[in-house]
Design a protein around this ligand. Structure first.
Ligand code: BGP
Length: 480
């Protein structure tokens, strides 16, 4: 018999500082790696510049200017009925270059103001410490997370945030979509996750594993520090989960999909188990990767395992054995949207396969593997929305997408018995797209009048999905 979602289920929305705050150099904030990334488009990569160049457009700089609109926006979130909001703390608001002795008080105060406003509206802040917002200084002077000293710079940033907000924030995540960078064919990910560029002649995969080791240490240290500050904290990891289906029942396809899935699981394996998985250690040995893992490192990993798994789910993909790997061993057709076409599934305008069942499948695989509570901290439908003359936006396709994904998550909870903390659909208010840098690719239930070139009134409008989601939350998911 169907039972409903838990009474204390968290219904929210998800955002990331650099994609919606704006105010990129306000209140003493320093530049982060995303602040030097220009706008791209579908199929046109964003350019990484070394510094901010006057003749270029950087969409994140103003974004949707939440920095100055936060009271208005939070009032709208409250009207929608959200009981939580996931966002990130921009590292460079707190430590403008990442290496200062003392944190920047104006940056700390900004988040105090935002969290107080949320709490006033009974909206619980859910915080990611690093959502692609590494200080540019660390990327340029230290080579990002290549340098082991950055582990302690991150741990210090985490400690400052945990201490300051210990009475306002309970749920934390360390690194957003930390496993994206496993796809070394897309240089953007190593830059945004870790502040790293691969030099000519280097083996990208080896660089990635070195960086990964440092980030996993940084995460584990942060978890241990956070638990000392407040044992009631719930500190999770955050992984992007794109299930990879075998192209056919041919055993070679099954094994290819399994190999590709392990690449996706690698980061969560270490986060959740506190040790390196067998297949990764074998890969280091086989490929001759020089990854230094000391006994002290092993202890740190073991003592900093996560409490829950935060994950994003947008799509699934398919792997076929013969074309699975390129000459560096990377999964070519297992990348975000580059899989073999799945004839049973439709895709969005950006080629992201729409697969609600894949969410239920993902929840079961993650829970079977780790037995930790799950939190869906991103899911959503990127589309071009039209503002009609009457000020309305009819986003039925988005409603349909979200409804089917809520159907799937409910089944995973009520039929399969997977514990789920909450659901925060991505980009609850329109914001800058991460991969393309566009405003055109919108996810929100609130429309923001702003275009790809940065023009527009910044006025906010409710989309049809606003009223729909309000009803979903008010009935704890029963009416949808
Ligand atoms: C995830 C990121 C987000 C976000 C989302 C949608 O990878 O964590 O920051 O933007 O994907 O992607 P996009 O904005 O490229 O459509």
């Amino acid at each position: 018999m169907k039972t409903s979602l838990p009474k204390d289920f968290l219904w929210g929305g998800a955002l990331a500082a650099h994609q919606f705050e704006g105010g990129w150099n306000k209140g003493g904030k320093g530049a982060s790696v995303v602040d030097v990334m220009t706008a791209g488009a579908h199929g046109v990569a964003r350019e990484i510049t070394e510094t901010v160049e006057a003749d270029k457009f950087y969409p994140n700089h103003e974004a949707i200017d939440f920095y100055h609109h936060y009271k208005e926006d939070i009032a709208l979130f409250s009207e929608m009925g959200l009981n939580c909001l996931r966002t990130s703390i921009a590292w460079t608001r707190i430590f403008p270059t990442g290496i200062e002795e003392e944190p920047n008080e104006a940056g700390l105060q900004f988040y105090d103001d935002v969290f107080d406003e949320l709490i006033k509206h009974k909206i619980e802040p859910i915080i990611t410490l690093s959502h692609f917002e590494i200080p540019l200084y660390i990327a340029q002077e230290y080579g990002g997370f290549r340098d082991k000293r950055v582990v302690d710079l991150f741990a210090k940033f985490a400690e400052v945030c945990f201490t300051r907000y210990q009475h306002k924030v309970k749920y934390w995540m360390t690194f957003n979509e930390i496993n994206n960078q496993m796809d070394t064919n897309t240089p953007l990910f190593l830059w945004t996750n870790s502040g790293v560029t691969v030099k000519p002649g280097e083996n990208a995969k080896e660089v990635m594993y070195t960086v990964a080791h440092h980030e996993l240490l940084a995460s584990a240290k942060a978890v241990a520090i956070g638990k000392k500050i407040n044992p009631d904290f719930e500190i999770g990891c955050m992984v992007s989960h794109v299930p990879i289906y075998p192209y056919s029942c041919r055993p070679a396809d099954i094994m290819a999909a399994e190999d590709a899935m392990r690449q996706r699981f690698f980061f969560a394996d270490v986060h959740c188990r506190g040790a390196y998985p067998n297949y990764a250690l074998k890969e280091f040995e086989r490929e001759g990767y020089d990854i230094t893992i000391t006994e002290e490192d092993k202890d740190i990993l073991q003592n900093g395992t996560v409490d829950y798994i935060g994950f994003s789910y947008y799509m699934s993909t398919v792997v076929k054995a013969d074309i699975t790997q390129d000459n560096t061993g990377n999964v070519v057709n297992g990348g975000l949207a580059n899989g073999v076409e799945n004839p049973y599934i439709e895709s969005s305008d950006w080629g992201w396969a729409i697969d609600p069942t894949g969410l239920r499948y993902t929840m079961n695989r993650l829970y079977d593997r780790y037995q930790l509570p799950l939190f869906i901290v991103e899911n959503g439908f990127g589309a071009i929305d039209e503002l009609e003359e009457d000020g309305k936006i009819h986003d039925d396709t988005r409603i349909d997408y979200l409804k089917k994904h809520i159907d799937a998550l409910e089944l995973a909870v009520t039929y399969d018995g997977v514990p789920l903390i909450g659901y925060t659909p991505w980009g609850i208010i329109d914001l800058v797209s991460f991969t393309t840098g566009e405003m055109k690719k919108r996810y929100g239930m609130i429309y923001v009048d702003r275009d790809n070139e940065g023009n527009g009134s910044m006025k906010r409008y409710k989309k049809d999905s606003f009223e729909w989601y309000k009803k979903v939350i008010a009935t704890n998911g029963k009416k949808r």
